[in-house]
Design a binder for this molecule. Structure first.
Ligand code: ATP
Ligand code: MG
Length: 209
């Protein structure tokens, strides 16, 4: 086995980016599973900034998405939330997320966690080559999306099977709009926050990823 001298090991920091509109148990179980498998010290959830394009007007306000992410992760001492993408503003590019986290945590190794659907797009992301120098990428299984190596540089990506939860934020929003329950799909505190703030009730539902 690997011998690590106490105090000299690099911190291992997971990064879970998402719109989190709302955050649900699929996100949480993916982060938890990867944290255990990869011996991560911490997983930082990074809600995306508020998209300014017209086609994305259906995204809930950044502060609501941020607070739901805080509520959902608060009880786990390994989980935290970063405002980095929200405070930068504009459209979120993963390259900016990773540059920010890198300068904030100079000593850490970064592990970017992404579902199978997002992984398939990865090579089309901005500055793809630099992405892989900033973080190790971990693709997790997601029901309905085949998990395949998108042809990243050698050793740049790991594929990990996580417990299959067929939950999406799109479905959660549609359920709330229809008056169907989201109990047990999202954490209890998030159910209450959605109802308190009356999110997803205005029929502004739009298909997006
Ligand atoms: P939407 O339907 O609005 O796109 P979503 O459920 O896909 O929402 P996102 O915020 O887009 O959630 O996803 C953030 C990250 O979490 C992405 O990498 C996505 O692939 C991953 N993810 C989302 N849901 C699951 C799930 N059920 N299992 C595994 N990974 C997931
Ligand atoms: Mg999505």
């Amino acid at each position: 086995g690997e011998h690590i001298v106490p105090g000299t090991a690099k911190r291992r920091l997971g990064v879970m980016g998402g719109t989190f509109d709302p955050i649900h148990h699929g996100h949480l179980v993916a982060a938890s599973e990867v944290a255990a498998r990869f011996h991560l010290d911490e997983v930082v959830f990074v809600p995306t900034g508020q998209p300014w394009q017209k086609s994305h007007q259906t995204v809930s306000p950044a502060e609501d998405r941020y607070l739901m992410t805080v509520i959902a992760t608060a009880s786990n001492p390994q989980f935290s939330v970063s405002r980095s993408d929200i405070d930068r503003g504009g459209r979120t590019y993963t390259i900016d997320t990773l540059r920010d986290l890198r300068s904030e945590h100079r000593d850490a190794d970064l592990f970017f966690i992404t579902g199978a659907d997002a992984l398939a797009q990865i090579l089309t992301w901005r500055d793809a080559e630099e992405l892989f120098s900033l973080a190790h990428f971990i693709g997790v299984t997601r029901p309905g999306h085949p998990l395949t190596d998108p042809g990243l540089p050698d050793g740049g990506v790991s594929l990990v099977e996580v417990p299959a939860l067929a939950i999406s934020s799109t479905d959660c929003r549609a359920r709330v709009e229809r008056g169907d329950p989201v109990w047990y799909l999202v954490p209890d505190g998030v159910v209450r926050y959605i109802s308190k703030r009356q999110l997803y009730r205005n029929g502004a539902e739009g298909a997006r990823t």
